[in-house]
Design a protein around this ligand. Structure first.
Ligand code: F6R
Length: 240
């Protein structure tokens, strides 16, 4: 695992965007796994700037998002679908037919999850997966538990996650209790992984990640099984 500690959120966002730019410039038809949440917003802004100044061309890029609340309408302002279009997709030249986000409107979540896995496979697998870190060590919506799911599945959000995500909703009651999410194997099968970590509230999960242990109590620690993981964090998350 390669660790970079950045002095500021702006620096972290720049370093992350630069990694994506390099990936797309080396392989324009790259398959990129995107994440939502507060952490990657700065990176999306930098990527939009790169696109506008002719440094990034996403016309052949394919995307798969990590997760989506369930049930949720894609048009809902708090869906991850809306988040991605508002914060990124609408501002760059990625083709709508190349965008994949789990369908939070489906009546058949199991079928949706199976089809999502198949779509990733037929795209040739994910070249680079971007991740944020939950306060409890979750990645995607793979929450701490005795057993973790391997593949895309319907997950129950933990109380910690419901409380953390309530900042985007009117109150904790309005946060959806479930989500469709890539599983641990879906994530670990990506060729490269880029984990972004910022803020002091992530410090303890980040410290476990940097410890010598792997535990399903902190799903992010399983990233140590992967050969090509880059962690970019800010000083608040890195602590000492
Ligand atoms: C988002 C996702 C989540 C977030 C994590 C951190 O697609 O899968 O795992 O990355 O909850 O969220 P923020 O960045 O809002 O602290």
């Amino acid at each position: 695992m390669k660790l970079t500690v950045c002095g500021s959120y702006d620096e972290l966002s720049e370093a992350a965007a630069e990694m994506i730019r390099e990936q797309v410039s080396e392989k324009p038809e790259s398959v990129i796994g995107f994440a939502t949440g507060s952490t990657p917003v700065g990176m999306y802004k930098k990527l939009i700037e790169m696109y506008k100044t002719g440094k990034l061309d996403m016309s052949r890029t394919v995307s798969f998002n990590l997760d989506e609340y369930y049930p949720v309408k894609s048009s809902d302002s708090l869906s991850y679908h809306r988040f991605m279009y508002d914060n990124f997709f609408d501002a760059v030249n990625i083709k709508p037919e190349n965008i994949h986000i789990p369908n939070g409107e489906t009546n058949d979540p199991q079928k949706e999850c199976e089809e999502y896995e198949k779509a990733i496979e037929s795209a040739g697998g994910i070249d680079i997966q971007i991740l944020g870190l939950g306060r409890n060590g979750h990645i995607g919506f793979n929450e701490p538990a005795d057993k973790l799911y391997a593949k895309t599945h319907l997950a129950k959000l933990s109380q910690t996650t419901i409380e953390a995500n309530s900042r985007f909703f009117e109150d904790a009651e309005s946060v959806p209790r479930r989500a469709l999410t890539m599983g641990m194997a879906s994530i670990l099968q990506a060729k490269k992984i880029l984990l972004l970590v910022c803020g002091s509230e992530k410090r303890s999960a980040a410290a476990e990640l940097m410890s010598s242990f792997i535990t399903t109590d902190n799903p992010a620690t399983l990233l140590k099984l992967h050969r090509d993981v880059t962690v970019i964090c800010d000083r608040e998350a890195a602590g000492k």
